[in-house]
Design a protein around this ligand. Structure first.
Ligand code: ADP
Ligand code: ZN
Ligand code: ZN
Length: 756
């Protein structure tokens, strides 16, 4: 038996493993003091792993002698402390995920792998005393130019790179050509002892803030409300039409936060973090603005993380994962486009950045502003229930007029790659007037529904549909079978339309490639640019494509990626196709997503002084979604939709969790889900109240039933009380982990799934 102190302290360590437990180690006897939230190196099987200390316990609580000592504590002060540690623990409980995986998700790669917290200093160059004395004697050339630039004081490398000194614009590509190769010049000066490289605080490089437009009364009222609540937790829904000046409201609220010496975090959707947005923030706030997005290197992400932890970063604008940044001096959190689906992480730790941001804002006791032109029904419901303040900006801030919207009935019309003759004619007219055209394809990438092109009939489940709400069946088995997504009922695909007898049953519209091809043939003398995940993986590629495309007449073809972002001032026509798939999708959120998308895309037309036209091509011109949206706007649509959700007991009136399983064959996936279903039913029966029992449906094929050679099935849980859903899962999950069937599949749990 090894020697050990009488009552050694044990480290309870969270490791990034898919196991719902912590691992105990003896504290190392040298090195930094262990604290919860500090990283630690531990032996695990044959290898070393980096974990995070979840807690310290004393040896009487565990079988100490059998434990291995940890190799080393990495951090002098914990990476996760205070609010962030508490919030991450909450997230692990809420997602029912291992704490170690939550910690890992919250850290940029290098920190996750045990690297030290990186240096966050900026580097600058300055002349040595010898250098100051020598400037005038230097030969003409780059070193001399650099030396004279440094005569007035140290200059940041960032600024030397940008080639500018007066402004701090990140897109100032106007490189000062004389200093193009300043690095070589700097090396040459350094070699002669004339210049040196010094570390400077990163926050030194602050531009002078530029004033913004005078706020209109609605904006001013919104700013006043946010400021009135600035001393505590206060969720504010900023419900403002596209271009109504929401960003101006954010900027004022952030300005106030900075003036109080606090940090601001701004979350934006994946495609919303454009260079224009960053330069607008930088120009207006007068402090450096850190960006955090998927385009950064791991090292840059780690530096931003460190700068936040040290309180050096005062404003961070980031995508989803920025919600994990430490904010020791938090003053405000802002979520732009709060309804956007990209805030939900779809694999690993399946968190929703907006929802987690709300939890953090509450723990931090700071206001949180949720902005959108098309708020999620969840947020609208919270506002209506009085949990959020609800502020509205009703009109566009500039001079742009709202576009005119028209519905095109395409039943029985001859289609060219899904485009009707009327639509093509409108495209021709817009081009003839030197305008730009966007042909937008709504695409969900899911098992499609069956539609009749002659009459608009779509296949509905006979068991689940009510007169008020149909439940569509989706096409499976290569088009031969229809299946209800709700109850699992199946039937063969009919050969003819049951309503009109027509043979024009089609399961899917044309893809963007076909549309692009058809438009090129039809309009050979104008540029046609297709933007989708296939042509444009990265955000900067999208920017580049659009810059190259320019402002001249031409046609853009694209999907969701083009719904917002980059300004297109010459866009005079937006034509939307593929709406019907959204009107009749099996996903109860499809109408909401479609309405948000239509508003967003429509908002792209006529942003400048040119009036815009929006055409919606559909087989269902009388569909209530379209008529409500057109006559009453998004607010009226959302009200109607909330009523339907209430009647059908869907979120936000119910709480969902999805258990997913995949395997090479469908049988093991279904067998696992069936066994899991039994475990969940058993756990749920432990509750006395039968009236709030969970509803469970499945196992059913996933919307995309096959992916990468795997068969995918799912089990949907729905409860009217959130707490009940969680306690039942807490009870059932250990049993589910231990199921023999679990070893034959890949499975995951998704709390609050957004894709059904
Ligand atoms: P949103 O974030 O709601 O889409 P923005 O804040 O980006 O709106 O504003 C849209 C446009 O209107 C921007 O060009 C902005 O500079 C301008 N703008 C915003 N507020 C005002 C105002 N009070 N007066 C004049 N122009 C404004
Ligand atoms: Zn028909
Ligand atoms: Zn059904």
């Amino acid at each position: 038996m090894p020697d050990f102190p009488a009552s050694p302290r044990l480290l309870r360590v969270a490791l990034a493993l898919p196991l719902p437990r912590l691992f105990d180690y003896l504290a190392p006897d040298s090195g930094p003091e262990p604290h919860p939230g500090s990283r630690v190196r531990v032996p695990f099987g044959p290898r070393e792993r980096v974990g995070v200390i979840a807690s310290l316990v004393d040896s009487t609580q565990a079988d100490a002698p059998a434990l291995k000592p940890a190799f080393a504590i990495i951090d002098e002060t914990p990476l996760f402390a205070g609010e962030l540690l508490t919030s991450l623990r909450w997230l692990a409980r809420y997602t029912h995920a291992p704490l170690g995986e939550v910690f890992a998700a919250a850290l940029p790669g290098p920190l996750r792998h045990g690297e030290p917290l990186p240096d966050t200093h900026a580097w600058a160059w300055q002349l040595t005393p010898a250098g100051h004395a020598a400037v005038d004697r230097l030969r003409a050339g780059r070193p001399r130019e650099l030396a004279s630039r440094l005569q007035t004081g140290a200059v940041d490398e960032d600024r030397l790179d940008a080639g500018t000194s007066a402004t701090d614009s990140p897109d100032a590509a106007v490189a000062d050509t004389t200093l193009a190769d300043w690095r070589a010049a700097a090396r040459s000066l350094a070699k002669r002892g004339l210049a040196e490289r010094i570390a400077v605080p990163a926050s030194q490089a602050a531009p002078t803030p530029q004033p913004g437009p005078t706020l209109n009364p609605e904006q001013q009222a919104a700013v006043d409300t946010v400021l009135a609540h600035r001393h505590g937790f206060a969720p504010v829904l900023l419900d403002g039409v596209t271009g109504s000046g929401k960003t101006e409201v954010y900027l004022h609220a952030i300005g106030d936060c900075l003036a109080r010496g606090r940090q601001a975090l701004v979350l934006v959707p994946e495609i919303g973090l454009t260079p224009q947005l960053l330069s607008r923030f930088r120009a207006r706030l007068g402090v450096p603005v850190h960006a955090l997005h998927s385009g950064l290197s791991d090292g840059e992400r780690a530096r931003t993380w460190a700068a936040c932890l040290r309180g050096e970063a005062r404003v961070v604008v980031g995508t989803r994962s920025a919600v994990f940044l430490p904010l020791p001096d938090a003053g405000i959190i802002i979520i732009d486009e709060e309804h956007d689906g990209s805030f939900k992480q779809l694999d690993g730790i399946r968190y929703h950045a907006r929802d987690f941001a709300l939890v953090r804002a509450k723990a931090l006791d700071v206001p949180i502003v949720l902005g959108s032109a098309t708020p999620s029904l969840e947020s609208l419901r919270n506002a209506q229930a009085g949990r959020y303040a609800h502020l509205r900006l009703g009109r566009r801030a500039g001079h742009a007029q709202p576009p005119q919207v028209r519905v095109l009935d395409v039943r029985k019309r001859p289609l060219l790659a899904g485009l009707s003759p009327e639509l093509l004619e409108a495209v021709g007219q817009a081009l003839a007037a030197d305008g730009q055209v966007l042909v937008f394809k709504n695409r969900r990438g899911y098992a499609p529904v069956l539609l009749c092109h002659d009459c608009g009939w779509s296949a509905q489940c006979r068991h689940c549909s009510t007169p008020a709400q149909g439940t569509p069946m989706t096409v499976h088995a290569g088009g031969r079978r229809l299946q209800c997504h709700h109850c699992g009922a199946r039937r063969p695909t009919p050969n003819a339309c049951p309503d009109c007898g027509g043979l024009a049953l089609q399961s899917q519209g044309a893809g963007t490639e076909r549309i692009e091809e058809a438009l090129r043939e039809r309009f050979p003398d104008v540029p046609v640019l297709r933007i989708d995940r296939g042509t444009t993986r990265r955000r900067d590629a999208l920017e580049q494509h659009l810059r190259d495309f320019g402002d001249t007449r031409g046609i853009l073809v694209g999907t969701q990626m083009l719904a917002k972002g980059h300004d297109l001032p010459n866009l005079t026509l937006v034509a939307v196709v593929g709406i019907d798939e959204g009107l009749f999708s099996a996903d109860f959120r499809a109408p909401e997503k479609l309405a948000q998308l239509l508003i967003q895309v429509a908002g792209r037309a006529g942003r400048a002084d040119k009036p815009g036209l929006v055409l919606l091509q559909t087989h269902h011109p009388e569909h209530p979604l379209l008529s409500t949206l057109l006559s009453g706007g998004y607010g009226a649509f959302a009200q109607l939709e909330l009523e339907q959700r209430g009647a059908a007991v869907f979120p936000p009136f119910a709480h969902l969790a999805m258990l997913r399983a995949e395997a090479r064959q469908v049988e093991p996936a279904d067998a696992f889900l069936l066994a899991a279903r039994r475990a969940i039913e058993q756990a749920d029966r432990l509750h006395d109240d039968r009236s709030s029992a969970l509803e469970i449906s499945g196992p059913l094929p996933a919307p995309m039933p096959r992916r990468a050679g795997y068969q995918r099935s799912q089990l949907l849980l729905s409860g009217i009380h959130r707490q009940r859903l969680h306690t039942t899962l807490d009870t059932a999950l250990p049993a589910i982990h231990a199921l023999p069937e679990a070893r034959k599949v890949r499975w995951s749990l998704d709390v609050d799934p957004i894709d059904l």
